[in-house]
Design a protein around this ligand. Structure first.
Ligand code: SF4
Length: 276
């Protein structure tokens, strides 16, 4: 793969693209000693062994367990950039969780966008979906600023953490069932680490809704039967293994497909955030 050293949009520091772990990219949670998962079994073991959110994020950010997604994310990062970002380095790695490690609320997305998180290394950062989400989180008091341009831009989240069903950008935004299952081990660990404080979860789109229900079930939580149906504003009460209730709220995804067409409006997004 050719080297393409280019300046980071905030710091101006030169980076190869994709970015090797521990080379100074803002917010990079990994370093050269972080173990790299190359199989589904290793994902499960490294996830289960992550005793803190920072460790989990580091391990996620170097994962190589899904060959198709590794090839796609790195090919986009090295040779397939959008023309408007051609002068920037691309992260080209899985998107680790972003936000408050002691959050009481988890936002579950679908997967990174090829020219969004896969470029910036931060969830929902650098694309129109993120513009919508972070503006709403700012209005709701969760975000320190209404924009999320690039890692290192000063954005901080309070009380909320953003994770995803799948952490690598998939071709056509469609991960396979096997890729979802493999990446689900990381999500399970995110849920386990958040569980003692968790009050609610927001699922962005039906795949994230299913992922949230799936991880809750695998974690031994009680999930209503029949399976709660996804919809904008849908709610389900999940009960943790310790017997505590956690509210799951559904929202249409903040993709341009929904926001440009008016299927999802700002008041609609604000209303679901208010219920968290
Ligand atoms: Fe690893 Fe998840 Fe990316 Fe697969 S999708 S390579 S499990 S981070």
């Amino acid at each position: 793969m050719p080297s393409v050293w280019l300046p980071h949009p905030v710091t101006g520091v030169l980076f190869d693209s994709p970015v090797p772990a521990g080379t100074g990219w803002p917010g990079d949670p990994a370093d050269s000693s972080t173990p790299v998962a190359r199989t589904a079994d290793q994902v499960r073991r490294y996830a289960d062994g992550a005793l803190a959110v920072a460790t989990l994020d580091a391990r996620i950010s170097v994962c190589r367990a899904c060959p198709r997604l590794v090839e796609w994310r790195e090919t986009v990062a090295a040779q397939g950039k959008r023309a408007s970002f051609a002068g920037q380095p691309y992260w080209g790695r899985p998107g680790p969780g972003f936000g408050d490690p002691d959050a009481e609320v988890l936002v579950v997305g679908l997967a990174p966008a090829a020219n969004g998180t896969n470029r910036t290394g931060r969830m929902f950062t650098g694309d129109r979906s993120g513009d919508w989400l972070y503006a709403a989180l700012y209005r709701a008091g969760y975000a320190s600023q209404p924009t999320s341009v690039a890692a290192g831009d000063g954005l901080e989240l309070r009380g909320i953490r953003i994770v995803a069903a799948v952490r690598c950008a998939p071709p056509a935004n469609k991960p396979t069932p096997m890729e979802r299952d493999t990446c689900g081990h990381w999500l399970d660990r995110d849920l386990a680490l958040a569980e003692p404080r968790l009050r609610s979860m927001l699922a962005l789109g039906s795949i994230a809704w299913d992922a949230a229900l799936g991880t809750a079930r695998r974690s031994g939580w009680t999930v209503p039967r029949p399976k709660p149906r996804f919809g904008h504003g849908a709610e389900a009460v999940l009960v943790t293994a310790a017997g505590r209730e956690v509210r799951l709220v559904g929202s249409y995804h903040v993709s341009q497909q929904n926001t440009f067409t008016g299927k999802l409006t700002e008041p609609m997004l604000d209303a679901v955030l208010a219920r968290l």
